[in-house]
Ligand binder design. Structure first.
Ligand SMILES: C[S@@+](CC[C@H](N)C(=O)[O-])C[C@H]1O[C@@H](n2cnc3c(N)ncnc32)[C@H](O)[C@@H]1O
Length: 228
């Protein structure tokens, strides 16, 4: 779908990390929906591409995800496949990645990025519209995507069913919640997508049968690992 340029552009309250992400051609504007917003973002500029300081954080993320060789990993909201490419290498040829992404242009970029990786399967839809047999995955990794779900608790319920015993659900953000809120405030389509308060998310995880094993949060990131 073409972005709707008739909509009023909101002024961007540009925090430092977004400024670093922005490049020539970056034009902050919003579509009428979240889906259009992400489509627009992908078409205009590969806004989520890893910067040098992001690349330096990858080994830390890999360590926190634990041993991945041979595992089955679900990645909801894979975007342009920046982490997908890494995950495919980390699980190796005996592992498998299922990456779910509704924005067509994001998905096209992801397919190009991981071309040749035979252990990656894409599903072109929203995570809420997918289904898998119980205990299909060893890891479910929400990377830079969590605040974008209409009903996060419903998504957690799906994940609880899809996660294998001793599996891990991971929610990771490479921004603080304040930075995320500031970034999203600049775009009407995602302005309300704020990372939930810790107590609320912990309670939702508990209600869906998860126990939180790790919660790391500071001015640069949020990393949560939960087990069934
Ligand atoms: C901020 S981007 C991050 C993309 C990728 N995870 C990364 O870090 O490069 C968020 C992505 O989540 C996708 N998304 C939004 N709502 C979704 C949903 N309900 N199910 C799956 N993906 C969704 C968007 O289309 C977008 O590509």
């Amino acid at each position: 779908m073409e972005p709707n340029d008739d909509l009023p552009l909101k002024p961007l309250d540009e925090p430092s990390r977004l400024r670093r992400r922005s490049g020539a051609g970056w034009t902050p504007r919003s579509g009428p929906s979240r889906a259009d917003f992400f489509e627009h973002l992908a078409k205009e500029h590969d806004a989520m591409a890893f910067r040098p300081d992001d690349l330096a954080r990858l080994p830390v993320l890999r360590r926190r995800l634990g041993e991945l060789e041979g595992l089955r990993v679900l990645e909801p909201g894979c975007g342009a496949g920046h982490l997908t490419e890494q995950l495919a290498q980390w699980v190796g040829p005996t592992g498998r990645i299922v990456a779910v992404e509704p924005a067509t242009t994001m998905l096209e970029r992801a397919r190009v990025r991981t071309a040749g990786a035979e252990n990656v399967e894409y599903q072109p839809t929203r995570i809420e519209a997918t289904d898998f047999p119980a205990a299909t995955f060893d890891r479910i990794v929400f990377f830079r995507v969590w605040p974008h779900f209409e009903d996060g608790e419903a998504v957690l319920a799906q994940c609880a069913r899809w996660l294998a015993p001793r599996g891990r659900l991971v929610i990771a953000q490479w921004d603080s919640r304040a930075e995320l809120a500031a970034i999203h405030r600049g775009y009407a389509a995602v302005a309300g997508d704020v990372f939930p308060p810790r107590a609320d998310l912990e309670a939702a995880l508990r209600r869906k049968g998860f126990s939180v094993r790790q919660w790391i949060e500071d001015e640069r990131e949020i990393f949560i690992a939960a087990a069934r």
